[in-house]
Unconditional design. Structure first.
Length: 365
C-alpha cells in the first residue's frame, strides 16, 4: 500500500462560550484551529490525521507541504514507525520539536488510521485494547479572569455531568471561587500555562493548595525546566502535571528521570503522533507516572486520543474544551454524554471528517 498524495487542509471552527474571557483565551482563541492531513494510497484507502496548529496554521501547512509530503509520496504506508524515524532524522536540521513534530504527528495519525482501515479494525484494537468501556472526561474551562464567572461556569459543568473540572486561572480568588461553588466533592485541576519563576510558583502553589488541587499544571517557565518542576513538586506537596509542550519520548524520558510530574500529558498532535505517544506511555508506566492525554481538540487528533487512552491499562481522563461549536467536523464522538466519551468502533479512527464542514470552514490559501 503506497502513499500517492499528502494534503494539508487548514480549518478554523468558530465557537461560543456564553461568558467573557481574558488573557490568552481572549487574545488567541476566537476559533479552534487545526490542520487536517489527508493521505491517499494506491489501494484506494484514505487516512486522516491532525497536526497541532493553534496560532500557527500557515507554518504547519508549509512544513507538511515542503518538509513532509515530498519525502513520503511513494513510500509504503504500512511502515509507520520507519517513516516517523526517517522524517525526524531528515528534518532535524530545522529543529526536532515544535512545528516540525506537529507536521510529523499529523502524518503519523493518518497512517495509523490507514492501518486500522486496512485491517478492518478500530485503532484501539490494533493497540491491544477493546474500546468497549466509556472514558471519563473532564471539563477544560477557558480563562475568564473573574471569580464570579469562574464560579458560574463551574456550577454549569458540574450540572452537565462532569466531576472533574480544570481551570486556566492564575489567581487564588478565581481558584477559591470554583472550589466554593462546586463544594468539596469534585476534582479541581488548575492549568496556569507556564507563567511563573520557581519562587513565584512555590508561593502560588502554597496559596492554592488549601483548595485541594487534583493537580497543578505547568506552573513554571520555561516548561522544560524539569529540575525546577521536581523541586517544586517536592517542596509544595501539590501533585504536578505537565507535558503538553513536550515533544517526542526523549523529552518525556528526561521529565520522568527528574521526577518532575505525577501526571504526564502527551498530546498526540504534538509529540510525534501515535507512534511517539506509545513510547511515552511505556516510559510513564515504567516510571510510575500516570498518563493524562492532552486533548483540547475536535478533529482526528481527538479521536486518536480516545483510542490511545482506551488501549492503556489506566486510561486516565479525557480533556474536553467547554465550548459550543459552530460546526463539528467529527460528529458525536467529540461530544461527551454524562461526563463520558465512547471510543469510535469503526475501522481506523472510526470516523472521517465531515466533508460539508471541511468545505465550509477550510481556509482559502
Amino acid at each position: 500500500m503506497r502513499i500517492t498524495s499528502v494534503e494539508a487542509i487548514p480549518l478554523k471552527i468558530p465557537f461560543t462560550l456564553g461568558h467573557e474571557r481574558s488573557g490568552w483565551s481572549a487574545d488567541m482563541f476566537q476559533t479552534l484551529e487545526m490542520v487536517l492531513v489527508r493521505v491517499e494510497t494506491d489501494a484506494g484507502l484514505v487516512g486522516w490525521g491532525d497536526a497541532f496548529a493553534y496560532g500557527c496554521q500557515r507554518a504547519v501547512v508549509a512544513a507538511i507541504e515542503d518538509m513532509i509530503a515530498p519525502k513520503v509520496v511513494g513510500a509504503d504506508a504500512r511502515d509507520i514507525a520507519g517513516l516517523n524515524r526517517q522524517l525526524q532524522r531528515q528534518n532535524h536540521l530545522w529543529g526536532r520539536y515544535g512545528i516540525t513534530i506537529f507536521a510529523i504527528s499529523g502524518l503519523d495519525i493518518a497512517l495509523w488510521d490507514l492501518a486500522g482501515k486496512a485491517a478492518g479494525k478500530p485503532l484501539v484494537q490494533l493497540l491491544g485494547g477493546s474500546g468497549a468501556a466509556p472514558l471519563p472526561a473532564y471539563a477544560s474551562l477557558f480563562r475568564y479572569g473573574d471569580p464570579a464567572t469562574v464560579a458560574r461556569v463551574t456550577e454549569e459543568v458540574l450540572g452537565a455531568g462532569y466531576d472533574h473540572v480544570k481551570l486556566h486561572e492564575i489567581t487564588v480568588p478565581a481558584v477559591a471561587a470554583a472550589r466554593h461553588a462546586g463544594g468539596p466533592n469534585f476534582a479541581l485541576m488548575v492549568d496556569t500555562n507556564c507563567p511563573w519563576t520557581p519562587t513565584e510558583a512555590q508561593r502560588m502553589a502554597a496559596a492554592m493548595a488549601e483548595h485541594d488541587l487534583y493537580w497543578l499544571e505547568e506552573p513554571l517557565f520555561p516548561p522544560e525546566d524539569f529540575t525546577g518542576l521536581a523541586r517544586l513538586r517536592d517542596l509544595s506537596g501539590v501533585p504536578l502535571a505537565a507535558g503538553e509542550n513536550a515533544c517526542t519520548a526523549v523529552q518525556f524520558q528526561a521529565m520522568f528521570a527528574a521526577g518532575a510530574v505525577d501526571y504526564a500529558q502527551p498530546s498526540v498532535t504534538k509529540v510525534g503522533g501515535v507512534t511517539e505517544f506509545l513510547k511515552i506511555a511505556a516510559l510513564a508506566e515504567a516510571s510510575g507516572v500516570r498518563i493524562m492525554a492532552h486533548s483540547p481538540y475536535i478533529g482526528p487528533g481527538f479521536l486518536a486520543s480516545l483510542h490511545l487512552a482506551a488501549a492503556l491499562p489506566d486510561p486516565g481522563l479525557i480533556e474536553r474544551f467547554h465550548v459550543t461549536l459552530e460546526a463539528n467536523p467529527m460528529g458525536p464522538w467529540v461530544l461527551p454524554k454524562d461526563g463520558q466519551f465512547m471510543v469510535p468502533d469503526g475501522p481506523g479512527l472510526g470516523a472521517d471528517p465531515d466533508p460539508a464542514v471541511v468545505a465550509a470552514h477550510r481556509l482559502d490559501r
